[in-house]
Design a binder for this molecule. Structure first.
Ligand code: 6PG
Length: 245
């Protein structure tokens, strides 16, 4: 299977959220039909929250066969306002069986949390040494600086190609973030970026149309899966007509 990239522009944020939820529901049924379960690495931040809420209100989702991981987490406890786990739990994960949710323990020492989460992935996916987990879906956002997950420009995690999870020092925030690495993301069957709002328009243009920008989000491939950009009109406003059709 060759990797395919699609950029789909939706008129409004609500259209974007609905389209993302519909795509995810389809991926859930494909994964369960083919593999008996659906494993997703959730994105944090604010954009995906509405998608998670739509999924939480989607009837007859097979929650007991859906397994939820995180692409990254802030270095905070799970009840902290900045916690990606808290955002996802309040929007959607309250619907999932507790044992199907694997949060990153951001309340711990960052390196210890990274080591522990990597072990969680190795155990769940029954990985051999040197193997990477294959998520059915990795959900991603993009920051105005072109970061994704907690893979920020100029940080050490960008060069990590062996470890599954690292503690990444983010100088501009003066804090650690715990993040899965590029090899993990790129091993996924399906990678979906959700990009909404005018503050993302320049980063999106750079990532999609400027190969020499060397931004973290440009290192996202799907080794033999699918890469789908779901963007709204305001985020796509700087894309050339050929791209943002
Ligand atoms: C996080 C995310 C991060 C996010 C982007 C976009 O922990 O914040 O993993 O990569 O997706 O920063 O965030 P917004 O959706 O809030 O714009």
């Amino acid at each position: 299977m060759t990797s395919q990239r699609e950029i789909r522009v939706l008129s409004t944020p609500q259209d974007l959220f609905q389209a993302a939820a519909a795509e995810i529901v389809a991926l859930v049924s494909d994964a369960i039909r083919q593999r008996g379960r659906f494993c997703v690495a959730l994105s944090g931040g604010s954009t995906p929250k509405s998608v998670y809420s739509i999924l939480a209100n989607t009837p007859s989702l097979p929650w007991d066969r859906m397994y939820f991981f995180f692409g990254d987490e802030r270095h905070v406890p799970p009840d902290h306002p900045d916690s990606n786990y808290r955002m996802a739990y309040e929007a959607m994960l309250f619907k999932a069986p507790k044992q199907n949710v694997f949060r990153i323990h951001g309340e711990q020492d960052a390196e210890a949390a990274a080591i522990e989460y990597a072990q969680t992935l190795r155990t769940f996916f029954h990985l051999q040494p040197g193997e990477f987990p294959r998520f059915d879906l990795v959900l991603l956002g993009i920051g105005p600086d072109g970061h994704t997950a907690s893979l920020f420009p100029g940080t050490s995690a960008l060069d990590e190609n062996k470890r599954l999870v690292v503690a990444n020092w983010i100088e501009k925030f003066k804090t650690f973030r715990i993040t899965i690495t590029f090899p993990v993301i790129n091993q996924a069957t399906f990678v979906m970026f959700l990009v909404s709002g005018p503050d993302k328009s320049d980063a999106l243009r750079q990532v999609i149309e400027n190969e020499s920008a060397h931004l973290p989000s440009q290192k996202i491939r799907s080794v033999d899966g699918k890469l789908l950009w779901l963007v709204d009109k305001t985020a796509a406003s700087l894309l050339s007509s050929a791209t943002g059709k």
